[in-house]
Structures are given as structure tokens and as C-alpha cells.
Write a new protein. Structure first.
Lengths: 215, 282
């Protein structure tokens, strides 16, 4: 798996993935849907998948002494690393936002611990939906990404709506840190667990699908 | 009896417009097998089905006595598959692709890799995109030959190569076979098989017609040249009779129609006439 992961970074990784990491600085924008800077990791992954298709990556990978399912697992692990890296880049800017006292986010969920927990759920949902579709027809990358992006954006929209409508979101989660920190930490923990669960489910489904795909 | 490095049984694959039907043959250690058939006969489908690159609907494939499904990783480490040229990562330098590929093989032979780079006149600072189709094949072969594979499966390896390179490659294959490496390669260029193959497997419309030692196959047939009158008179004994520049040509079984003379058939003549016969019958 380590060799495959090394291959993902050496050949599969697309320059835009590294570029999009810088979008973590958007955490400093006073009023902005803050799930979006985190979602840019997904866009970077899409470009990498698009480039991989043009580079005949799957075919090259399957010539190597690896099992088909390991190729899927390494790709999923690469997704996870890039998504976590995107979150990690966002963290210092989130802290800086607090230090600079930029204030509450009028456009939606505030930048706080709970946001990162919910963002992990969004990333997990992306993995669960995109990975199986990606391997169902490796020649088509755009259509699955479009479908999954629409689903993810609807999910983000619903989460943002919650911060205006649902009392728990509005009064507990959408508040500056360190207010209601235990509840927010619980959301972060649940978010992390759901991220793992959704990614594992998506990867297993993708493995089963890819096993039967003809290249 | 020589160890079987590859054994296919009842391999099937269905596409809307093509069916691979019960494909089966075996290859022994140190043998070179040519896999022949016209375009669309099922050569690539068979090779890809063997390696689960396309998913066969039925049948078993064993390498070195191990079922592919259960020992995929180990088997892939001991074999090499080259289909066409290095048509992946066209904008990466060969050195970058090699660096990644090398890391997957504990038995990578760097000296052999350097030797093949030199033999094939490959420049590692180039990208696959900058190579001609023939040079891409050579690079893919250099990678395949550098991890001491015990079985090489090559899909049309000589198609884009010039005659000198093809001849060199046949020499490389013969040397490898002497070292105990088995080679299965599909090709349209039957002349290359005449130079180096031990066995020939012939596929037509998704069905294996025969899988025989080349010597036995050559023993079986003779090519005769005929006039129109002879073609008509010996019609029942002729196999795949067809027009030639002057008169007609056909195969006859050894021992039959001795009065017609003829010469020992080469592989191209055997393939062309057998295919003609099947079409005439069909």
C-alpha cells in the first residue's frame, strides 16, 4: 500500500491540488459559506482524476504487481490525505480569524470547531458518493463529479440553512469559540467518525465495482 | 514433463458484438508461444481476460499452478504484460515512470534495465510522448524485461518496430527462453514467429482453433500452387484455396496430392488459408 500511495503522489497528484490548498486562506473572508474553502480539496481531486484518465493511469497501475482492490484503496487513501491536508491548512487561518477578531460569519456557519466536524461529514459524503461512481466507468470522470457536486452542494446548503433555522445549530454550533466547546468537540468527533465510516463504505463499494469493470 | 507456467481453461467473455468461447491452452516453461488470429478474433480479449483487466464471465486461469484470482499480486510480480507501447503518463519523463515502476519489484535488475536502455537506444530524459510508437514499445519492453519476469505476455510487441528492431527483439526472446523465461505474444507478423516461436495458438471468431508446436504444424501442411483447372480437379483435397498472382494457392495435408509438389508451409500461409477455409465453409 505504501508503494501505491507513493505512486499516487509521484504520478497521480495534480498541481491544482497543491494550489487549492492555499484556498484555506478564504477562512479570513468576513462573510462567506465556509464549507466551500474545504470543498476545494474535492475539486483538486477531480482534476487529478481527470488527468489520470488522460494519462491512462488505471491501465498503468494494473500492470504493476498490485491487486485491483489495492489500487482503489490507495486512491481512497490519497483522497483522505488531501482532504485532511486541506482541513489542516484551514486551521491556522481559522485561528488567525479569531485573533484578528474578524467577527461572526453573516453568510452562514461560523468558523469554529463544529464547522470542521461538519466539513468532515461533507468530505465523507463526497468520498462515499464519488469513489463508486468513479470506478463504475473509469472513462467518465466529469459526469460523476457533476452529480456528486450537486448532491454535496445541496448538503452544504442544508447545513447552512440549519445554522439559521435549527436552534441547536443556531444557538450552540454557530457561535464563536470557545462558547459551547464541549458540544462542538462532540460534533467534531462524530464528524470524524462519520468521515471514516462514509469513506470506508465508499471505498468498499468502489472495490466491488472495479473488480468487475472491463478496461 | 516441463512445468506449465500458464494454463487457461474454458475462458469466456461476452460483449454485445463478440464472444470469447471456451478459450483454453497452456504454455510450458522456457517456450515461446505465438498467439495469432486476424483483427477482432479475440487475441487481446483473451490476454486481458487472463489478467482480469477485462472480467471473464467463466473459466479459470492459472499461472505457475496458482489461480490468478487468489494470487493476483504474487503472479503479477512474476510476469510482465505489455500491450502496445508505454501509452501511459505521456508527459512524464521515462526516468520518473521507471522510478515508480522499479519500487514495486524487489527483484528489479537495474543492470538489465540499463542494458536494455542501451540496446533499444532509449533516452531516459525523454517522455513517452516524445517517443515514436516503436520506441514506446521498446520502453515498455525494457520495463517488462527488467524485473526478471518468468513469463512475458506481449500483445503485438513487434507491430510498430522496424525489421532490424524486430529481428533484435526475436533474438532477445530466444536468449530469454534459453534462460527459462516463457513468452506468449500475439502478433500479426507471423514472420517473427517463424524465427522464434516454439508453439502457435490460433484463434478465430473467439474460438481457439489449435494450439500446437510450430514444428508439428509445419509437418501437417504443404502449400501448393495450382492452375484453375487443377484447383477445380483437386477441390475436395484443398484447404482454403484462393487466388494468387498467378493461378491459385492452397494448403494440402502432408501426404495428400503429392503429384502437385509444393513447399513446406510457413505460418502466414497456414493462417491465411485456414482462415479462408473457415470463411468458405461459413
Amino acid at each position: 500500500m505504501a508503494k501505491l500511495l507513493k505512486k499516487e503522489f509521484a504520478l497521480f497528484a495534480h498541481p491544482t491540488s497543491w494550489m487549492f490548498l492555499a484556498f484555506g486562506a478564504m477562512m479570513l473572508i468576513p462573510g462567506y459559506p465556509m464549507y466551500l474553502p474545504i470543498f476545494f480539496a474535492s475539486l483538486g481531486l477531480f482534476y487529478a482524476c481527470l488527468s489520470a484518465r488522460e494519462n491512462n493511469d488505471l491501465y498503468y497501475t494494473l500492470l504493476l504487481p498490485v491487486r485491483k482492490r489495492d489500487a482503489v484503496r490507495a486512491r481512497a487513501l490519497y483522497f483522505v490525505i488531501m482532504e485532511l491536508l486541506q482541513l489542516a491548512v484551514c486551521v491556522p487561518f481559522a485561528i488567525l480569524r479569531g485573533v484578528l477578531k474578524i467577527g461572526p460569519n453573516a453568510a452562514g456557519m461560523d468558523v469554529n470547531v463544529a464547522l470542521f466536524g461538519l466539513a468532515l461529514v461533507v468530505a465523507g459524503a463526497f468520498n462515499a458518493l464519488f469513489l463508486p461512481r468513479l470506478y463504475k466507468n473509469p472513462a467518465a470522470v466529469g459526469k460523476p463529479f457533476l452529480i456528486v457536486s450537486v448532491c454535496v452542494f445541496l448538503f452544504i446548503f442544508a447545513l447552512e440553512a440549519c445554522s439559521f433555522v435549527l436552534p441547536f445549530f443556531r444557538d450552540v454550533l454557530d457561535t464563536p469559540d470557545p462558547q459551547h466547546l464541549p458540544a462542538k468537540l462532540a460534533v467534531l468527533a462524530v464528524g470524524a467518525a462519520l468521515f471514516v465510516l462514509l469513506t470506508v463504505l465508499g471505498t468498499r463499494r468502489a472495490e466491488a465495482i472495479f473488480e468487475k469493470v472491463d478496461l | 514433463m516441463a512445468e506449465k507456467v500458464l494454463e487457461l481453461r474454458g475462458l469466456c467473455k461476452e460483449y454485445p458484438s463478440f464472444r470469447l468461447k471456451d478459450a483454453g491452452f497452456s504454455l510450458s516453461r522456457g517456450r515461446i508461444m505465438g498467439f495469432i488470429g486476424r483483427n477482432g478474433a479475440g487475441k487481446t480479449t483473451t490476454l486481458k481476460s487472463m489478467l482480469n483487466i477485462v472480467h471473464p464471465s467463466a473459466g479459470t486461469v492459472a499461472f505457475f499452478g496458482l489461480a490468478f484470482a487468489e494470487h493476483e499480486q504474487e503472479i503479477k510480480r512474476r510476469i510482465a504484460f505489455v500491450s502496445g507501447g508505454a501509452n501511459y503518463y505521456p508527459n512524464k519523463k521515462l526516468s520518473a515512470i521507471t522510478a515508480v515502476t522499479r519500487s514495486f519489484y524487489d527483484n528489479w535488475d537495474e543492470a538489465a534495465y540499463r542494458r536494455y536502455l542501451k540496446l533499444f537506444a532509449l533516452d531516459e530524459s525523454k517522455t513517452p510522448k516524445a517517443l515514436s510508437a516503436g520506441m514506446q514499445v521498446k520502453y515498455a519492453l525494457a520495463l517488462a524485461l527488467s524485473h526478471r519476469a518468468e513469463l512475458l505476455i506481449l500483445d503485438e510487441p513487434t507491430s510498430g518496430l522496424d525489421p532490424v528492431s524486430r529481428d533484435e527483439l526475436c533474438g532477445v526472446f530466444l536468449d530469454l527462453a534459453d534462460e527459462g523465461v516463457s513468452i506468449l505474444f500475439s502478433t500479426h507478423i507471423t514472420e517473427d514467429l517463424d524465427k522464434c516461436a516454439d508453439d502457435v495458438t490460433y484463434i478465430r471468431n473467439g474460438e481457439i482453433v489449435f494450439s500446437l508446436p510450430l514444428g508439428e504444424l509445419r509437418e501437417k501442411y504443404r502449400t501448393v500452387e495450382l492452375t484453375a483447372e487443377q484447383a477445380e480437379r483437386y477441390k475436395s483435397s484443398l484447404i482454403g484455396c484462393k487466388r494468387a498472382k498467378e493461378g491459385f494457392t492452397a494448403l494440402v495435408e502432408r501426404g495428400a496430392c503429392e503429384e502437385l509438389g509444393g513447399h513446406a508451409s510457413d505460418l502466414e500461409e497456414i493462417m491465411v488459408h485456414l482462415d479462408r477455409e473457415a470463411r468458405d465453409d461459413g
